[in-house]
Design a protein around this ligand. Sequence first.
Ligand code: FES
Length: 572
Amino acid sequence: MSKKKLRSQDWYGRTGKDGIIYRSWMKNQGFPHHLFEGDKPVIGICNTWSELTPCNAHFRDLAEALKRGIWEAGGFPLEFPVMSLGECSVKPTAMLFRNLASMDVEESIRANPMDGVVLMCGCDKTTPSLVMGAASVDIPSIVLSGGPMLVGRYKGKKIGTSDIWRFAEEFKLGKMTQDDMIEAEASMSRSVGHCAPMGTASTMAAMVESLGLSLPDNATIPAADSRRKVLAHMTGMRIVEMVNEDLKMSKILTRKAFENSIMVNAALGGSTNFILHLTAIAKRIGVDVDLTDFDKFSSMIPLIANVQPSGEHWVEDLFYAGGLPAVMKEIEKHLHLGEITANGKSIGENFSKAQCYDRNLIGTFENPIKPDSGIAVLKGNLCPNGAVIKPSAATPSLLTHTGRAVVFNDIDDYKARIDTPELDIDENCIMVMKNVGPKGYPGMPEVGNMGLPQKLLAKGVKDMVRISDGRMSGTGYGTVVLHVSPESAIGGPLALVQTGDMIELNVPARTLNLMISDEEFAKRKAEFKPLNLPYERGYVNLFLDKVNQAHEGVDFDFLQGSSGSEVKRDSH
Ligand code: FES
């Protein structure tokens, strides 16, 4: 392998005053001089460890295993922190800060002397923010995910994050007490790692594996399994080789790799958040992916993995059954097999020897877990730029449904009225929530799977059609139309819906329409007043000014594309 001058030598390879400045302070950590002489690639370990991001709280341990691998392969590891977003803690919603975190990652990588980088990702937004930031720099990069939690156990039953929605309904109905809830929450999160179902975190881990940005099995090895540390060690070894091979992200993230990832996500019944994040990553690396691709490449793929929320089991079980390689093998006739991955092999080579050990967990292409999967993209006068629904998590009979709209102006209006006796609603109605889009909330919170009214839950109603410009947790389920674009706060047609209007949802035909006359539509549009957004300073003001819509990935317009790894000015 021809060795070209390492990027880090632009810092550490200097003589005179510059050399002292770049090296001397580093030596206060006890590093000997030979580490700076240009033989050892400097590998940044981009760590999202934080006690406020509990899904990533084991990352210090994992980083030590990474470092062992990096040293063994002849690299020089240097760990650095970046903004870490804990999904369950950050208010008003972690999505508001995904782009901010990605800017932190991008600038931290570019500004520092590193030749390659390991991205330590776990909780939902910590994956896209790191991948987006690294894509805009484009040095050799590999992802190490933290792995899923062990499945929770509560009163003899397996539980995970998807059960929160069920517990919430039982609590509303008085079937669970607050003491039960406290016991359940401790029983659910009983090990290190991120959420146990195929929620957004595991969807993101599967996304990076199917894109080729990680080693095989990154998506499913449980966080508490010692093989996760083995994977970290091997990831550390591999990034050093990637630097020597100059295997940059842009060589891995091809258009075909994105198509593969969309198909794999369909086979897994992955989160709808996948759409926003994959779109944003593609736009950073300069690959053209739009909303129609998600429908087109999902529609031929059935549900292969029997994992919650689309199925019954857990990501931990999926690992024991053969993991993501075994799922990919089932859809191999549709995948582009020749795409290069982080280990230097093609994606097809990576799963060629995969085996399924449990057909309860991994169906076959001919005999899948469910025939419908993936993402359906809807168009119509209610969503001219698109809306999405996850058919595998919906009630089949509701996928074609016309109902009377019951409109909530925002999340606060919903909370105030949903359980009031006077709310005029039945199970055939369609619940509509406005002003929870990228700008409207702001940050596009995961509130789209609105809980059903208590009086209907008490009648035994399990699902209703719900429509919003917000998002849904990857662990959520139901007949939930999300990401309506353009959003209501900027005058999208969702803003014009009034309680009592009829709405027609037809998922097989991929349509979503408000059944009012053109004249009435035009009249309401003329009367529309944009939402008064009350933020005047700081990051949120930047967000409101620069964020694009759901169908474009909710990224900032000025962050699309790449600035490369070159630092144009040199202050010393
Ligand atoms: Fe972190 Fe679910 S809250 S992955």
